[in-house]
Design a protein around this ligand. Structure first.
Ligand code: SF4
Length: 239
């Protein structure tokens, strides 16, 4: 049985690179506009969802969490009835349950995740973002869309002053993080549970994605995911 750990105070990593001012607060992180035009296929899908579900968020889902985060969790892309509907990463569909319950267990979140952006849950010391900000058809972004949206992930990585570790959920997120860090895709393979120190000292951890498919098939169990998060917290705290 894993023991919950306290939130850790972590040392600074690198100077800030501020790129745009479209979020409140004293740290500026480039975020795509709600009508970001850069991926034509995803724009078409966004417009179709806006027509059929005008009450949904239907836009690039902004990152969630602490700007002084030491851990950044990177998912793949919003689910159409999840984050695309609610406007908060991993919120509204199955994937958020395991993610946020685990973060709460290890004191990286407080409150109760209730699949609503107004459920009052708050992240502490961590931040959550997707490699691709817009919902893709069939839940599968194309490689060019991952590359195009990578500028926003790069901006996140550069703008978090206390970032020490990234937890990539799945192969696509792993590859997107490497790209954002300027590291060749073949240099570091995705392996569940592995933690690699990148050349600039950032830790890159891998976990299978917390998707319903992976949990239903047993590829990822709650215990496996808790172990990954627990191990990463310990590594970060030991630095
Ligand atoms: S996926 Fe990213 S780059 Fe592409 S349209 Fe959405 S926000 Fe813009």
């Amino acid at each position: 049985m894993l023991s919950p750990s306290p939130v850790y105070a972590l040392k600074d990593r690198s100077p800030l690179t501020l790129q745009a001012d479209n979020e409140p607060g004293n740290l500026l992180i480039e975020q795509p506009p709600h009508d970001c035009p850069l991926c034509p296929r995803l724009v078409d899908y966004r417009h179709a969802n806006q027509q059929s579900h005008p009450d949904w968020f239907n836009g690039p889902v902004p990152s969630l969490g602490d700007r002084n985060a030491s851990i950044l969790i990177v998912g793949m892309a919003p689910g159409v009835k999840g984050a695309n509907r609610t406007g908060r990463p991993f919120t509204g569909d199955h994937a958020g349950v395991l993610l946020y319950e685990t973060l709460t267990r290890f004191h990286l979140a407080t409150g109760t995740y209730d699949a609503r952006p107004d459920d009052g849950m708050q992240l502490h010391g961590c931040r959550v973002v997707n490699a691709v900000r817009c919902v893709p058809p069939a839940n599968l972004p194309q490689p060019i869309e991952v590359r195009t949206c990578n500028r926003f992930l790069t901006a996140e990585l550069k703008a978090l002053p206390k970032l020490r570790a990234v937890l990539a959920l799945g192969v696509l997120a792993h590859a997107a993080v490497l790209r954002a860090c300027g590291i060749p895709q073949t240099r570091i393979r995705f392996r569940h549970g592995e933690v690699t120190e990148l050349p600039d000292g950032l830790l890159l951890a891998n976990s299978y994605h917390v998707s319903r498919y992976n949990t239903n098939t047993g590829l990822l169990t709650r215990e496996m995911f808790e172990q990954v998060v627990f191990n990463l917290i310990q590594r970060v705290a030991a630095e």
